[in-house]
Design a protein around this ligand. Structure first.
Ligand code: EPZ
Length: 451
């Protein structure tokens, strides 16, 4: 065979191989890396040992945006190493905010901010980008932020953020998918949001701290991550009363100064690992944790038959029998968190009894149901309620993650299932969990990441 013919055959063979490579629009010779990561789990192993908890994603994200509020430096510790944190730092840096990250420490400095824009191509990958809106208008009197758009779990509008800023005197227009906000200086006022909104409360709180006069935020979110942000703002010189309650009273100041702050531990990561043990059986102690901010989840885990022991900064869970099925409905803090719904459903899938779960926060947060059913679960949904019939065993299979907490739920189910589970599109998981597979492998799980 002539060399030319041979070369043509090799090229054809290579092309053929490229065609089969999974992942969207794979260019010749290039693979879209993030689509390729998968987790391979061989289930049925008891989990025993210790897992350190990382800083809270949903506290770190608004706290990074607080760096826009001052020209001084802010020193942050316990910042989790997550994809969403990387995305937020990239968004803030392109505005001119200086950010030095080493391990879990981040040092911010906002004295050279030269742009008040959050472009669509960054906002579309992370809705929390909306959190730059309040601080930019508060300190610079203007902002141009892309509308975040919906996501897998719901339409997730932001009209409460906009309504609150308009009430404080901002002129806001929405055109070509962008929010344009302008204000000489925001003016304190009383704001009652139509519903409890976590990032809405955080945006309006960061706007109020530099406004002229007093702002009262009624119907405020009481999530611990809102409290963590408020505690940092007070360290920066803000005047906030009612922290931790649904009524925040803010006395605006002219300037905020630098501060140092450690992000609180992630209660959702904590709850996720507790559910993993409840579903697989074992004896695991979570360290660097906070025990007082996930009572609703701990109470429900005790109902499954787990034994939970709280220490100063540790939570131990022992599970020696099959979990009992537990009914719950998600509500705002301090109720059962919507971010734990998918993970706890995985526990109910292998329970001895049937159970039902009602999701009251988001309109479409059951994307994990059909994937769990692929593993042999018996779940039916009617509106915002899922009816789970516990099965003796789940059987491993290839499944696909659709959103952050759904992927955590599939990992938990894979750990409990017999045989091999392959979780695809693991980039969803990496948005909100710091090296989850390494933490699980350290307590005996047979789990590995393949590129
Ligand atoms: C925060 O999202 C969290 N994200 C979410 O965590 C969490 O699920 C959610 O709060 C509820 O606890 C961050 O903190 C970065 P909301 P947020 O505004 O603030 C409706 C995760 O997995 N609403 O409290 O966007 C909204 O559609 C993520 O870590 C409006 O209608 O949620 C939802 O139904 C997922 N208009 C409900 O309120 C608005 O203007 C609660 O949303 C604002 C919200």
């Amino acid at each position: 065979m002539t060399a030319l013919l041979l070369a043509i055959c090799v090229a054809m063979q290579k092309r053929g191989a490229e065609k089969e490579t999974p992942g969207k629009n794979v260019k010749a010779g290039k693979t879209c890396k993030k689509d390729m990561d998968k987790l391979i789990i061989s289930g049925g192993k008891r989990l025993t040992g210790e897992i350190p908890i990382s800083g809270a994603k949903n506290a770190a994200l608004p706290i990074l945006c607080a760096g826009l509020l001052t020209g001084d430096s802010i020193e942050l510790q316990n910042v989790p190493r997550l994809h969403d944190v990387t995305t937020m730092l990239r968004l803030l840096r392109q505005m001119g905010l200086q950010a030095e990250q080493s391990g879990e420490q981040v040092i911010l400095n906002g004295n050279a901010i030269n742009k008040c824009d959050a472009p669509y191509d960054m906002v579309k990958t992370m809705r929390a980008s909306i959190l730059v809106l309040g601080p930019l208008v508060a300190r610079f009197g203007e902002a141009r932020v892309s509308l975040p758009g919906g996501c897998a779990i719901g339409s997730r509008p932001v009209e409460q953020h906009i309504k609150g800023l308009e009430a404080m005197g901002a002129e806001i227009t929405i055109e070509a998918g962008y929010i344009h906000a302008k204000a000489k200086r925001l003016k304190g006022t009383r704001i009652v949001t139509d519903m409890i909104t976590v990032t809405g409360t955080e945006n309006l709180l960061m706007a109020a701290v530099l406004a002229d006069g007093q702002t009262v935020l009624e119907n405020a979110a009481r999530e611990p991550e809102v409290t963590d942000l408020a505690n940092l703002l007070v360290k920066m010189g803000a005047k906030i009363d009612g922290i931790g309650t649904d009524r925040l009273v803010v006395q605006g100041v002219d300037k905020l100064h630098g501060a140092s702050h450690a992000v609180i531990p992630d209660r959702i990561e904590t709850g996720t690992f507790l559910c993993a043990v409840a579903a697989t059986g074992g004896d695991v102690t979570l360290t660097k944790a906070r025990c007082d901010i996930l009572d609703a989840v701990v109470d429900k885990l005790c109902e499954t038959g787990a034994v939970v022991t709280k220490g100063a900064d540790t939570i131990r869970i022992q599970m020696s029998a099959r979990p009992k099925g537990v009914n719950f409905r998600t509500t705002e803090y301090p109720g059962f968190p919507t971010d734990m719904q998918a993970q706890f459903m995985a526990v109910n899938c292998v329970a001895g009894e049937s159970s039902h779960i009602t999701e009251t926060i988001f309109e479409n947060r059951f994307m994990h149901v059909q994937e769990l059913n692929r593993l042999g679960a018996l779940i039916k949904t009617e509106g915002n309620t899922a009816f789970v019939k516990g099965v003796d065993k789940l059987v491993g299979a290839p499944v696909m993650a659709t959103d952050l907490r759904a992927s955590a739920s599939l990992v938990i189910a894979g750990l409990a299932a017999q045989g091999e589970t392959i979780v695809d599109r693991v980039y969803h998981l990496d948005r909100g969990y710091d090296r989850m597979e390494m933490k699980l492998a350290a307590v005996g799980a047979d789990i590995r990441r393949v590129k």
